[in-house]
Design a protein around this ligand. Structure first.
Ligand code: KG4
Ligand code: ZN
Length: 350
């Protein structure tokens, strides 16, 4: 019997223990998650410092670092959960979106583990993984809820109608919010990864620089965003001041940018909660680690009596636990892949 024929009829485990493997960008992440909610182990080996001197992720370096780090991350995860490979009921892996060469390391590694143990291989969308991090953050969280998806590649307001059905209410028409943070960081001379460094600098500044208004309303697309105008305005402001020989207050630039970039996310998210008649709002993606965003959401949630789910910062940025959590949902549906599974640079938002 071939691997897949055997897997197809395998009975589902009760309280499944799923390994989540994530290698879409510069984090080699392996976690072990029970029942989609309980994190038994969570290991991350980041190659961020190796990319820092280039000002952004170098795909080739990311892939090579995954190749050397993935076994270590897996062994550490098993050790810290006090489990062996045979205790794992399924291997969930990010199939996309992300850097192809980087994804392929995780996909190939997960295939080898699934094949050698005779357990299912579960393909997971990175985007759905980010959203499912909220099930780890709040063990009782159930759909429906609204989530803000804010990462380096995506910005969207999504209605999670049930565990499987996502409705994208609006998304960015151009750059993602994390991407804007990274580009603003670069023009301010801050190191990669830009987001946390812009946030740090913004704490010392004030929102005093006039930047263009974000899309408050967009014809037929109230929940859409546009970050490229804001990003360009910041870059132009910095270059103009420099060409005039005027010294810029970088902290004020960071603070003004952060206000513009984040306030619109908060406004649109609460608008969606209200309009959909939902009671819960969650946050997903790396920008969810932003302290200014978290504080603004907390304040507003209290005022508007909305139940807020804020995953720990480490579960907002890329991690293996979110892949294990989403892997659990796909496992329950028997969404198993055969050994021809390939990496995908892009996956649909839904
Ligand atoms: O979700 P993520 O780890 O990877 C993607 O799927 O893209 O998100 C990474 C993005 C980067 O653009 C990074 O600058 C941004 O999230 N980010 C932040 C913060 N931490 C990470 N942006 C603003 N403030 C932060 N504290
Ligand atoms: Zn991500």
């Amino acid at each position: 019997m071939s691997y897949f024929e055997k897997i197809k009829n395998l009975p589902l485990a009760k309280d499944p223990i799923i390994m989540g493997i994530e290698t879409s960008c510069d984090e080699t992440a392996v976690a072990i998650v029970k029942n989609g909610r309980e994190v038994l182990a969570d290991e991350i080996i980041s190659s961020a410092t190796e990319h820092a001197r280039f000002g952004g992720v170098v795909p080739e370096i990311a892939s090579r670092t995954h190749t050397t780090a993935i076994l270590t991350a897996t062994e550490r995860a098993l050790k810290s959960a006090n489990l062996s490979l045979n205790d794992i009921d399924a291997f969930a892996v990010t199939e996309g979106a992300g850097l192809l060469g980087a994804l392929l390391v995780g996909v190939s590694f997960a295939k080898a583990l699934a094949f050698s143990t005779g357990k299912p291989l579960v393909p997971v969308s990175h985007i759905r993984g980010h959203i499912s991090a909220s099930y780890i953050a709040d063990k009782k969280l159930e759909p429906p809820f609204i989530t803000i998806l804010a990462s380096g590649g995506h910005t969207a307001i999504i209605a999670v109608d049930d565990y499987y059905n996502l409705k994208v209410l609006g998304s960015t028409l151009d750059d993602a919010v994390g991407e804007a943070f990274d580009k603003v960081a670069r023009v301010l001379g801050l190191n990669y990864p830009g987001g946390p460094n812009v946030e740090r600098l913004a704490r010392e500044g004030e929102n005093v620089i006039k930047l263009p208004k974000m899309l408050k309303n967009y014809d037929g697309g109230d929940y859409d965003f546009s970050y490229s105008g804001l990003k360009t305005a910041v870059i132009n402001y910095v270059h103009n001041q420099q060409s005039k020989g005027v010294e810029i207050n970088k902290a004020d630039v960071a603070s003004s940018f952060q206000h513009s970039a984040i306030d619109v996310l908060v406004d649109k998210a609460f608008k969606a909660v209200k309009e959909c008649g939902y009671k819960t709002l969650a946050v997903s993606g790396g920008v969810g680690a932003n302290g200014y965003l978290r504080e603004a959401l907390e304040k507003r949630a209290k005022k508007e009596n909305v139940y807020l789910v804020l995953p720990e910062k480490r579960y907002c940025t890329d991690n293996g636990a979110m892949i294990g959590a989403e892997g659990y949902l796909q496992y329950q549906r028997r969404n198993f892949a055969d050994l021809t599974l390939n990496a995908k640079a892009v996956v649909p938002l839904k």
